[in-house]
Ligand binder design. Structure first.
Ligand SMILES: Cc1ncc(COP(=O)(O)O)c(C=O)c1O
Length: 422
């Protein structure tokens, strides 16, 4: 009866003889005992497998979008696997550089890059800047006039195609804070300005059409819309951005990175695009690599429903609150158990909306003290987390070959007051 689909677990997940979950050769309940909960557990082999698939499918220059999940260990892992890294702020740039990622491998994004962020990127010698506005070009001009080296840039184009999950919408006009609109002529003007500029080396174009996209046809369609522009300018590079979806819950399925790359490359070839085609997936690399472990603290049986409260919540996974996103839940002590009972899994924050799984299937014998896990929580959980209510941010462990290494320590009470100076 409704056991957890194994496909939602990381690559090395296995069930031991007693029904308990092991990831990377480590017993996850022991990980919870050692490191406390909430805890993000990442399967290092899964992360490396997805990076390798991405590099094999797209070739050199393909980037990991660090906004999905970033810490020094993740930055190093992606770089070790041959990926470039997309950083979208000075903060992400700093973490990637501090992790030792060669600056040439960094691609700087952002719709409102400050003079300081651009200056830091030029000083570091990042590989690409994805230019997003004319104001940004003004700032690059100023920095280069003041002696910084001229960067290699891509121009971010908004094709007027928005993709969401299974649908895409051709809006025709770009109503977006990102990039230069194709239809209104802004993209043309931006390319001309960059090409004629002595302060930027124009290498190509960039377009990102959305997130959690399940239908690869959306990418094909966006490429068809972009193609005349791309072909006319004949620039050497085209990045198709990120956005490949992943399955979060029972019954969902998503294209693999290899299938996605195949569609993208074929669509580009069919459209006569000769540029080197690359991409920057985030979620598809990290989402299914991790489970989050919580401890069940309170169970309230109400006439309406049962609330199961755990020791984390919207501070470690804001996606359900922000987007109404669905997740599964299971007990790592009985991974394959039937889950006949329906409950609402909530966090410990002072918000009624602090929901982790609105209608979770769980085993009948779920009890206070159980370690509860939510799979596919490796993307946009840790990175979008907060310490709302001064709840301490969780630790992160990477597991591989029977070893668990702590890569981000749990926040401490001392951290909570470390920035207070008055
Ligand atoms: C420009 C750009 N590239 C890449 C990504 C990564 O997207 P995803 O994690 O959905 O692959 C995003 C996400 O918002 C983005 O805005």
């Amino acid at each position: 009866m409704n056991p957890l689909p194994a496909a939602l677990l990381p690559d090395t997940a296995e069930v031991d003889g007693t029904g308990r979950l092991r990831i990377g050769g480590c017993d996850v309940i022991e990980l919870a005992a050692t490191h406390g909960t909430p805890l993000f557990v990442y399967d290092e082999a899964h992360l490396r497998n997805r990076c390798r698939e991405t590099v094999a499918a797209f070739g050199d220059g393909v980037a990991y979008a660090t906004k999905a999940f970033l810490c020094a260990a993740m930055a190093r892992l992606a770089a070790e696997e041959g990926m470039h890294l997309d950083v979208a702020t000075g903060g992400e740039l700093h973490v990637a550089l501090a992790a030792g990622v060669p600056p040439q491998r960094l691609v700087l994004h952002g719709n409102n890059k400050s003079l300081a962020e651009l200056g830091a990127a030029l000083d570091a010698g990042v590989g690409r800047i994805v230019v997003d506005s004319f104001d940004e070009m003004d700032r690059i001009d100023r920095l280069v006039a003041a002696g910084r080296p001229a960067p290699e840039v891509l121009i971010r184009v908004t094709p007027g195609v928005e993709a969401h999950t299974h649908e895409y919408l051709q809006t025709g006009v770009a109503d977006s804070k990102f990039g230069f609109g194709l239809a209104a002529g802004a993209a043309e003007a931006a390319v001309r300005r960059a090409a004629d500029s002595g302060t930027m080396h124009l290498m190509g174009l960039h377009a990102h059409i959305g997130s959690q996209v399940f239908t690869v046809d959306s990418f094909r369609f966006a490429i068809e819309v972009l193609a005349p522009f791309v072909v006319r300018h004949g620039l050497p590079e085209l990045s198709i951005g990120g956005g490949l979806g992943v399955a979060y819950v029972t019954g969902e399925s998503a294209p693999t990175i290899i299938e996605w790359a195949d569609v993208v490359r074929t669509a580009c070839r069919d459209a006569g695009i000769a540029a080197r085609v690359t991409a920057e997936p985030g979620r598809a690399i990290v989402a299914a690599a991790a489970v989050t472990l919580y401890t069940v603290g309170t169970i309230k049986e109400l006439p309406t429903r049962t609330y199961v409260a755990v020791d984390g919540g919207m501070s470690d996974n804001p996606r359900p609150v922000l987007y109404g996103s669905g997740y599964e839940a299971f007990l790592p002590r009985a991974v394959e158990a039937a889950r006949p009972r329906r409950v609402r899994i909530v966090g410990k924050h002072c918000e009624s909306g602090d929901v982790i799984v609105a209608n979770a299937a769980v085993p009948d014998d779920i009890a206070v003290g159980d370690v509860l896990a939510t799979p596919v929580t490796g993307a946009y959980g840790h990175s979008m987390g907060s310490n709302y209510n001064m709840v301490l941010r969780p630790a992160v462990v990477f597991v591989a070959d029977g070893n668990a290494r702590l890569v981000v320590r749990r926040e401490t009470l001392g951290d909570l007051t470390a920035r207070d100076i008055g």
